[in-house]
Design a protein around this ligand. Structure first.
Ligand code: 5GP
Length: 177
């Protein structure tokens, strides 16, 4: 029976690093590639990181009923193509909370895992030290992070990313169930 495992976590929490290690330890998991209207960042590959599409193309996917869920995030659209979760095997989604709850509505057996920072102070420190968020966007990201963290009680599991290896081990234990 294939599993859908949905991860969310505020910007700066280290979610991509955690997920990379989780996926490396569990080669049976397949990453669900989302569609987005945001521009690719350095090193991102179309069809691997995301399907990078125009707003018109994204609207076409909505109109044709091709998306399991979608949401607008900081001015860009993001959505999970249904084809990503129906092609078999265990699949991992990295999506924000609105999408996570819609994914659970569409598929009540989905397991929702929230990765949370040890504290807001630590999240702010990580966000600044990452260096890819302009200073004038930091306050918006933190406000959004506060809202995301406030949603975390609705997740099946909340895992603190205090120490990378420990956090990855805890997730591996949860998904082994
Ligand atoms: P980023 O632009 O940093 O890659 O992602 C921004 C946010 O969009 C992250 O919280 C990420 O989890 C979320 N996201 C990525 N793909 C999807 C998707 O398909 N649906 C939804 N709802 N959110 C997504």
């Amino acid at each position: 029976m294939s599993k859908i495992i949905v991860f969310s976590g505020a910007s700066g929490v280290g979610k991509s690093t955690v997920l990379k290690l989780v996926m490396a330890a569990r080669p049976d998991l397949r990453f669900s590639v989302s569609a987005t209207t945001r521009a690719p960042r350095e090193g991102e590959v179309d069809g691997v990181s995301y399907f990078f599409v125009t707003r018109e193309e994204f609207q076409g996917m909505i109109d044709r009923g091709e998306l399991l869920e979608y949401d607008e995030h900081f001015g860009n659209l993001y959505g999970t193509p249904i084809s990503q979760v129906t092609s078999g095997g265990n699949v991992v989604l990295d999506i924000e909370p609105n999408g996570a709850f819609n994914a659970r509505k569409a598929n009540p057996k989905a397991m929702l895992i929230f990765i949370t920072p040890p504290s807001m102070e630590e999240l702010e420190r990580r966000l600044r030290s990452r260096g890819d968020t302009p200073e004038d966007q930091i306050a918006d990201r933190l406000e959004r992070a506060r809202w995301e963290i406030a949603q975390s009680p609705k997740y099946d599991h909340v895992v603190v990313n205090d120490e990378l290896d420990r956090c990855v081990r805890e997730i591996l234990d949860i998904i082994a169930e």
